[in-house]
Design a protein around this ligand. Structure first.
Ligand code: SR1
Ligand code: MG
Length: 413
């Protein structure tokens, strides 16, 4: 039966699985354990033995960041491991190694990543990761392509859809805390800069903005293009200077590809705006901010080039089938259509980036990029710049046709 693990019982669990015990080596008395979960939902244990290390992630029956007053079904761990199984073979080296799933405990056991840190933390500390944007762009393209109608047959896609459509508790969380709460008077909303009171009121009274966000919420639920990660922010990526791993796919379901792409763009742009708040006497952060923003086109270009090349060489599904396109004119029309597919994903990503930014500033779950700026008088103007650009992403889509347009607009604010 299910019980929430603690630093003692997690060792009993690992000791009871021969393969995991062998990975750690020795016996439980020689294992060191630490609970390190700092996300909104789960418990995370890191365990070190004489021969190796493991990471155990377990669902709690409630939202950890809110406590037992916000109950949440345990099954998110099932969808997380199902995503790793579905996507892992297509993104070799870009996720943690997945070792074991214990259904009774809703617990996954994975590789402990070391010396990796969370990308968001690294960016806040002023560090640079030369390959991360390219790696995550490549990851999103490979993962989404392989699980889309381009990469799967009708039957395979239906199977995927049948499994992940049941991830309803986390799909509901996104529908509520991302698309609904932030522009309403939900008691779950909070903002930590009192200077934002007027802005929150103005946003709640902005009919065009609310209708647009609601429409993107509808598209989020109905545009089943691929198995998406569902929460691809900079806290879902662990890095070293040279290595990148995408983790935490518990929000995965068959949805719009632009939701993943937009999430990563939004988090780069928010970190760009937050950089001056992390400046010190010896480190004004202007160069770091520029570097972070420049990762937006690096990320998009990597996504686009990989997705286009997979469209050209990796299609095995039941859409745009090769037999349809035989003449040079057909090939020309096909190339135009492929361009339109990428433009559609980019347009979606810009809008979802807008939605994901607004929720991080006015909604329940905030991000450390802004929250670590302790002086709210310093923080509020940076949050305001970020959320004003987010509003433009949603209401002026014609101004954002390329990643360079995003960079230029962010710099101009
Ligand atoms: C109630 S959970 C809020 C957020 O935490 C996760 O990181 C997701 O972003 C979710 O929306
Ligand atoms: Mg997460």
């Amino acid at each position: 039966g299910y019980h929430a693990l603690d630093e003692r019982t997690v060792l009993d669990f690992l000791d009871g699985v021969p393969d995991l015990r062998a990975r750690l080596g020795g016996s439980p008395e020689s294992w060191a354990v630490q609970e390190v979960g700092d996300g909104n939902l789960n418990m995370v244990f890191l365990v070190d033995g004489p021969d190796g290390s493991l990471c155990v992630k377990q669902s709690l029956p409630y939202v950890r960041a809110a406590g037992e007053s916000w109950p949440l079904p345990l099954d998110r761990a099932f969808y997380e491991q199902a995503y790793y199984r579905a996507v892992g073979p297509h993104v070799e080296g870009l996720t943690p190694h997945f070792y074991y799933y214990e259904p009774a405990l809703y617990a996954l056991v994975m590789e402990k990543l070391s010396p990796h840190i969370i990308l968001r933390r690294g960016l806040i500390e002023g560090r640079r990761y030369p390959d991360v944007a390219r790696h995550v762009g490549d990851y999103a393209a490979r993962a989404c392509f392989a699980t889309s109608d381009f990469g799967l047959t009708i039957e395979e896609k239906a199977e995927l859809n049948a499994t992940f459509a049941r991830n309803t508790s986390l799909i509901r969380i996104t529908a509520e805390v991302v698309f609904t709460d932030p522009l309403s008077t939900s008691p779950r909303n909070r903002w930590t800069s009192p200077e934002l009171d007027d802005l929150a009121r103005t946003f709640r009274a902005d009919s065009a903005l609310k209708a647009t966000v609601a429409d993107w919420g509808w598209r989020f639920l109905t545009n089943g293009e691929a198995l998406i990660h569902g929460d691809l922010h900079s806290g879902s990526v662990m890095v070293t200077e040279t290595d990148t791993r995408v983790m935490d796919p518990e929000f995965s379901f068959v949805g719009p590809i632009g939701f993943d792409v937009g999430a990563f763009i939004a988090n780069l742009v928010m970190n760009f705006f937050a950089q001056p708040g992390h400046a010190s006497a010896s480190d004004d952060r202007r160069a770091q901010a520029d570097w972070v923003l420049d990762q937006v086109p690096v990320f998009w270009d990597a996504f686009e080039s990989r997705f286009l090349s997979l469209l050209e060489t990796g299609s095995r599904g039941d859409v745009y089938t090769a037999g349809l396109f035989t003449s040079p004119a057909d090939q020309q029309a096909l190339a135009t259509q492929r361009r339109a597919i990428l433009d559609k994903i980019f347009g979606d990503a810009v809008a979802y980036a807008g939605v994901k930014t607004i929720r991080r500033i006015l909604g329940f779950a905030h991000n450390a990029d802004f929250e670590r700026i302790t002086d709210h008088a310093k923080r509020a103007p940076l949050e305001t710049k970020s959320i004003q650009l987010a509003r433009r992403f949603l209401l002026e889509p014609e101004s954002f046709r390329t990643a360079a347009d995003i960079v230029a607009a962010a710099r101009a604010i």
